[in-house]
Design a protein. Structure first.
Length: 160
């Protein structure tokens, strides 16, 4: 930590944390770890495989969908202008992200042209399907409303 000496000069024992050693906080932490180990890891694997399967199926209908990759519920979908050259479709990715958000799906752009899908570990298959339907609608709309193959990064997101 970098700070002025007046800020970081404390009497011995002054620095601590609010929940350190508190029995209630420890019980909550233990229960959280149990949920992760007993339920959420299995769920992330199962639902993540389902999402990847659906995304791979979508690739056949969407020329902009490049590499689809992930493990568990940390998934990336790359958008390209051409599947052979793998040239990034940055503007298209941004448009898809915006259209998905307008429809209630929060995604995260990362890298040049990838959308990261990283939902909570408790996501159900039904919730995943709802999100995938929104995601595919956003892709379809973005591909249809712009000349994304030739304009590449020149797609503008309408504000308002």
């Amino acid at each position: 930590m970098i700070a002025r000496k007046s800020v970081v000069t404390w009497p011995k024992g002054s620095h601590g944390n609010t929940y350190g050693g508190n029995p209630l906080a420890c019980a909550a932490a233990i229960e959280t770890l149990s949920l992760i180990e007993d339920e959420y890891i299995h769920n992330a694997t199962e639902v993540g495989e389902y999402i990847l399967e659906r995304l791979h199926t979508m690739q056949a209908d969407h020329p902009s969908m490049g590499c689809v990759r992930g493990i568990g519920l940390m998934i990336g979908v790359e958008f390209v202008t051409d599947k052979l050259t793998k040239e990034p479709a940055v503007g298209l990715r941004d448009k898809i992200e915006h259209l998905a958000f307008e429809r209630g799906l929060l995604t995260l752009g990362c890298g040049k042209s990838t959308i990261r899908i990283s939902p909570p570990l408790s996501l159900t298959k039904a919730e995943a399907e709802e999100g995938l339907e929104i995601f595919e609608e956003a892709i379809t709309l973005a591909e249809g409303m712009t000349d994304w193959v030739t304009k590449k990064d020149d797609i503008e997101i309408a504000k308002g």
